[in-house]
Write a protein that binds this ligand. Sequence first.
Ligand SMILES: Cc1cc2nc3c(=O)[nH]c(=O)nc-3n(C[C@H](O)[C@H](O)[C@H](O)COP(=O)(O)OP(=O)(O)OC[C@H]3O[C@@H](n4cnc5c(N)ncnc54)[C@H](O)[C@@H]3O)c2cc1C
Length: 302
Amino acid sequence: MSQLWNTALGDCGVPLRMGEPMSRRTTFRIGGPAEYFACPETPEELRLLLDACKKDGLPYFVLGKGSNLLVGDRGIPGLTIAMERLSAVSVEGETVTAQAGASLTAVCAAARQAGLAGLEFAYGIPGQVGGGVYMNAGAYGGELRDVLVQVEFLDEAGERHVYPVERLEMGYRHSFFTGKGCVILSAVFRLQRDPEGPEAVGARMEEIYRRRREKQPLEWPSAGSTFKRPEGAYAAALIDRCGLKGFRVGGAQVSEKHAGFVINTGEATCADVLALIGEVQRIVKEKTGFVLEPEVRVTGKN
Ligand SMILES: Cc1cc2nc3c(=O)[nH]c(=O)nc-3n(C[C@H](O)[C@H](O)[C@H](O)COP(=O)(O)OP(=O)(O)OC[C@H]3O[C@@H](n4cnc5c(N)ncnc54)[C@H](O)[C@@H]3O)c2cc1C
């Protein structure tokens, strides 16, 4: 479907763009165009878009901040739905409720301001709440599942559900949502009042961010850790041990600063990154016996 005349999507009333470059919407700065692209401003608009896709038999892809994504050089077919405008955050007592498109940074800022502890680990993870829940994002000994109470989402049929965390199968960089076509709408987090107030919460967040800056190549486009931690080892240490720091394919490079990150040195394509990932996997397997599984989600056409 390249034209929108006489289609449910074209008639649904939600503003659409054609050919939005995904290189502008991912932290890797890589990816071809989304065939159709929309940023719904209300849950109702989101529903209209999903209904239209169903009627037109069009695939859809839900985009968070694009900070764990590698998008194919030929882009994403169908509709890409960016959640960024569904971004309200509210605090009531020790409970924080956030729409899926809120950044984790905004949620941390709200917690900090209210003097609530528990989300410090997430400070500096550059994703949104929806992407964070989908991935069960975590760092420095914490994971979202530790503070998550419940998640509201639409299933593939467009039915709304609210699941408590116990039903969300949250594991290491995995959740109930992994590989499904659900749309996460909002999440509720339970935190704890810090007796020492906002300043103490803020100080812990700043300390975590300092450690990130020190260790991670934040000055380069990337999607964070490229590989999951294999059982019994650290991906970065294995890659380093194999002498692969600085190893390149085209514009993609294993970071010299942190071997767990693949960075885009400027002109990297998705094909470059995939080839680099394949080579790193092959060499690490050959030299150490460990199998590295990508943490980065790959989508679209290459
Ligand atoms: C510099 C850097 C540091 C990082 N550090 C960490 C870290 O410490 N710990 C960590 O866990 N991760 C880290 N990451 C990776 C990334 O930030 C997390 O995985 C984050 O949770 C992804 O969120 P996102 O909004 O960017 O999701 P995206 O990358 O946009 O999407 C990821 C997946 O979630 C799905 N998704 C997104 N939103 C929704 C929604 N509303 N409903 C349904 N599905 C949805 C997408 O379809 C996709 O499959 C880092 C990344 C970078 C670039």
